[in-house]
Design a protein around this ligand. Structure first.
Ligand code: PBG
Length: 325
């Protein structure tokens, strides 16, 4: 006597019936890069199909994404002026604040998630304020609170701090509450590894550190227990969503955080993960659509509820074409 597993795989109808994990457009968050002073959209060379956008083009892009059923976008800004403390990140007329106001007016149905960090705005490319060559945790927190409050004021629906300082959730929660934004959720990049998969993002965001690396604030990829401590402290401090980043190299961590928390769990399928698939597909080595679907389904199966991915619009488009047929 042996078990006939193949009985449930005989037809696509049967396979549909017993499928355990389903991807939905509602689960996808689409990241966008908006660059101040740009006249034409500019493709990021290490991320084919991803562009730095002038504000007008960003509005068109979000309108199109919304028509395709995407409910949430993640905003990154690249300012014209950079300085030591990333002043433009919290300026009332900064590029992200301008984008939030324009997008809120043009596409009120789309959730606007603001990435809250300094690295695109500092002239040294680090995510916080420096003391010599060190990133000063507590002075960086003060800046981050200013950035978060200015983003909420400009219309952000969700604040997503990514600068990996200790205590940022508590500080931002308090800052938002005091400014009257008790209703604005915090999506914390709680488990953020110091990953080499962020390389292409730093081209897109013009945010590579001018010296050193981010290993004193982002996590060592070798550590899983530390990931659980990071997730637990952000939850205690009042995070409304927890994130694990990157996604595919850290599926075990996604699963373990899933088991520890009842909060919505987000995974960031990062720039390097995107670039690898695009490069292999361009060489004709992989079936892009199939690999993207398998990757994102695996991220959900591991335990993520939501996925931030540069493929979001492309997938939504594919699904819509299928429905039209
Ligand atoms: C930074 C930030 C980074 C990403 C999102 N927010 C980069 C970094 O830490 O250098 C990376 C996302 C990606 O690689 O797609 N604040």
């Amino acid at each position: 006597m042996f078990t006939r597993h193949r009985r449930l795989r005989r037809s696509s109808a049967l396979r549909d019936l017993v499928r355990e994990t389903e991807l939905r457009t509602d689960d996808l968050i689409y990241p966008l890069f908006i660059k101040e002073g740009l006249s034409q959209k500019q493709e990021v060379s290490s991320m084919p199909g991803v562009f730095q956008l002038p504000l007008a083009e960003a509005i068109a892009e979000v309108e199109e994404a919304s028509r395709l059923g995407i409910k949430a976008i993640m905003l990154f800004g690249i300012p014209e002026q950079k300085d030591a403390i990333g002043s433009q990140a919290s300026a009332p007329d900064g590029i992200v604040q301008q984008a939030l106001r324009s997008l809120k007016a043009a596409c009120p149905e789309v959730l606007l998630i603001a990435d809250t960090c300094l690295c695109e705005f500092t002239n040294h490319g680090h995510c916080g304020v420096l003391d010599g060559e060190e990133v000063d945790n507590d002075r960086s927190l003060e800046r981050l609170v200013d950035v978060a409050v200015s983003q909420a004021k400009a219309g952000a629906d969700i604040i997503a701090p990514s600068n990996a300082m200790d205590g940022y959730v508590a500080a931002i929660r308090q800052g938002l509450d005091q400014a009257g934004y008790t209703h604005i959720p915090i999506m914390s990049y709680a488990v953020k590894f110091a990953s080499s998969f962020y390389g292409p993002f730093r081209d897109a965001g013009e945010s590579a550190p001018a010296f050193g690396d981010r290993k004193t604030y982002q996590m060592d990829p070798a550590n899983r227990l530390e990931a659980l401590r990071e997730a637990a402290s952000d939850e205690r401090e009042g995070a409304d969503f927890l994130m694990v980043k990157p996604a595919l190299p850290f599926l075990d961590v996604i699963r373990e955080v899933r088991q520890q928390t009842a909060l919505p769990l987000v995974a960031y399928h990062v720039s390097g993960e995107y670039a690898m698939i695009k490069a292999a597909a361009q060489a004709g080595w992989l079936d892009e659509a199939a690999v993207v679907k398998e990757s994102l389904t695996s991220i959900k199966r591991a335990g993520a509820d939501l996925i931030i991915t540069y493929f979001a619009k492309q997938i939504a488009q594919e699904w819509q074409t299928k429905e039209d047929r």
